[in-house]
Design a protein around this ligand. Sequence first.
Ligand SMILES: Cc1cc2nc3c(=O)[nH]c(=O)nc-3n(C[C@H](O)[C@H](O)[C@H](O)COP(=O)(O)O)c2cc1C
Length: 150
Amino acid sequence: MLYCLEAMRLAPSASNAQPFFFHVCEGEKAKEIAQATQSMGMNRFTTNAPIQVVISEASYNPTAAIGSRIRDQDFRAVDIGIASIQFALAATEKGIGTCLLGWFDEKRIREILGIKERVRLVISVGYPQKDVLRKKVRKPLRQLTDYVKE
Ligand SMILES: Cc1cc2nc3c(=O)[nH]c(=O)nc-3n(C[C@H](O)[C@H](O)[C@H](O)COP(=O)(O)O)c2cc1C
């Protein structure tokens, strides 16, 4: 876990604001969080994951806040995404499985953790049942890229 959290900590962020906080939930808390990710048939598998990491959004530092206002861009979601994927990739490197979750009851999670901040993501952490990765279904490169020349 520390390895994954260090990988998260080293993530780049706009103006180095690091506008996130990772709440590592284990035991009964993890079970409660898992439940808060489950509704309408979604995320049943989180019951089997022993750790749930809740990522809340922290406020911007003054530099990031000013830059964001001038350029009309809010990079906090991007920063959270980068930090989260660094966490997930570090876990994969150690043979641990993760799933990033955007489907959760935010109000309930805030109650469980006793926090006021926005909850942006949950990462479910556990041991994968199989070593085989499921097939990646992705758009072809030509739908995702172009090369722009003079
Ligand atoms: C921001 C974000 C939110 C996601 N939320 C969920 C979720 O709530 N439940 C789930 O099962 N998968 C969730 N996923 C996983 C995606 O559904 C998954 O990456 C996508 O379907 C492609 O599958 P693959 O990565 O296994 O190829 C999420 C992924 C991201 C990046």
